[in-house]
Write a protein that binds this ligand. Structure first.
Ligand code: GLA
Length: 362
């Protein structure tokens, strides 16, 4: 979990902005909720000098080590973005031919996370060399002796979920870039179904950073974004301006019971358990034997969704808690029907129980 500069700021980043966002991560309590890494995405790069040493942009990032020290001093970790190609996706300097030295530079600056983004690497590698290109940087990072989380970004090409872990990846993007629109988010999120067997502790499918708070979706749609990413056990990287967060955005990003689903110790990625037209139910088994259930309505109207426990492979009698409302719904027998507004969702935690449901039917 952490924050990444790209979704809100694109290339318009500098030392001061990153410091301000890092400080806001602490001031808003996001770090206490679990957000830990501050990832400097594209826009920091300068040039490789004659000795092959990678320099950050001298105007915008005059002292990368001092910036990392600051971020560490407030209790956070720090990450950086580069590419196996000669240039990043924005045409800026990248790591081709400098992998070993760049890994050493990142370690010397104090980086804890490296996002390695394919970008221009097609110019220098054949498709069948992709895995080796990723392994090369993994080895270079390992050789520095500094633990750095390794984030693969190549948009899911060549079914990366099948080999991402074997080249040292701790997470790998499974799709192209997310946009701050409901359709983009839902397509990417639902597109993770079937990839669950490749995810687990230390090696995760990554459906991209969060857009919550960036303004392109309604509150219900952003709640759906968070619900879906958490049932997927996806990496959670906030992607908004942390200095200008509404109370709703803050609550969507920090609900502890919702985050607990994402971060559950069993590390199981949830999957689609039921679908009927525009309504779906996803389920995720949790470490304590309970389940998270997410109900989604992708229609443009209010829909009622019935979770039939038997159809979902669950026990007949369940204790149900609504995690967004943080409210127990009591013991429910056989099925639960909820009215779900347009593009909204429910996230429930359900646990088998022997207790009888209340005599009045729900
Ligand atoms: C690609 C990645 C994004 C971001 C940009 C930076 O598009 O997928 O997440 O890192 O590059 O240029």
């Amino acid at each position: 979990m952490g924050w990444n500069s790209w979704n809100a700021f694109r290339l318009k980043i500098d030392d001061a902005l990153i410091r301000t966002q890092a400080a806001a991560l602490v001031e808003t309590g996001l770090n206490k909720a679990g957000y830990e890494y501050v990832v400097i995405d594209g826009g920091w790069e300068g040039f490789h000098d004659e000795q092959g040493l990678f320099h950050s942009d001298p105007q915008r990032f005059p002292d990368m080590k001092a910036l990392c020290d600051y971020i560490h001093s407030i209790g956070l970790k720090v990450g950086i973005h580069t590419s196996p190609g000669p240039k990043t996706c924005s045409g800026r300097e990248a790591s081709y031919g400098h992998e070993k030295q760049d890994a050493e530079t990142f370690a010397a600056w104090g980086m804890d996370f490296v996002k390695y983004d394919w970008c221009s690497a097609d110019q220098v590698y054949k498709p069948q060399q992709m895995q080796a290109a990723y392994k090369k940087m993994a080895d270079a990072l390992a050789a520095t002796g500094r633990p750095m989380l390794y984030s693969l970004c190549q948009y899911g090409m060549q079914n990366v979920w099948k080999w991402g872990a074997s080249v040292g990846g701790n997470m790998w993007r499974t799709t192209g870039d997310i946009g701050d629109r409901y359709n983009s988010m839902i397509l990417i999120g639902f597109g993770q179904n079937g990839l669950e067997k490749y995810a687990g502790p230390g090696h995760w499918n990554d459906p991209d950073m969060l857009e919550i708070g960036n303004g392109g979706m309604t509150d219900d749609e952003y709640r759906t974004h968070m619900t879906l990413w958490c049932i997927l056990a996806a990496p959670l990287f906030a992607g908004n301006d942390l200095t200008k967060m509404s109370q709703t955005t803050l609550e969507l990003l920090t609900n502890p019971e919702v985050i607990a689903i994402d971060q559950d110790a069993a590390g199981i990625q949830g999957r689609r358990a039921w679908q009927e037209g525009p309504t779906e139910i996803w389920s995720k088994r949790l470490a304590d034997g309970s389940f998270a259930l997410a109900m989604f309505n992708t229609d443009n109207h209010l829909m009622s969704i019935t979770a039939d426990f038997k159809e979902l492979g669950l026990p007949e009698m369940l204790q149900v808690r609504d995690l967004w409302l943080r409210k127990d719904l009591g013991v429910v027998s056989k099925s639960l029907t909820l009215s779900v507004p347009k593009h909204a969702s429910f996230l429930l935690r359900v646990k088998a129980t022997m207790a009888m449901p209340p005599s009045k039917s729900r």
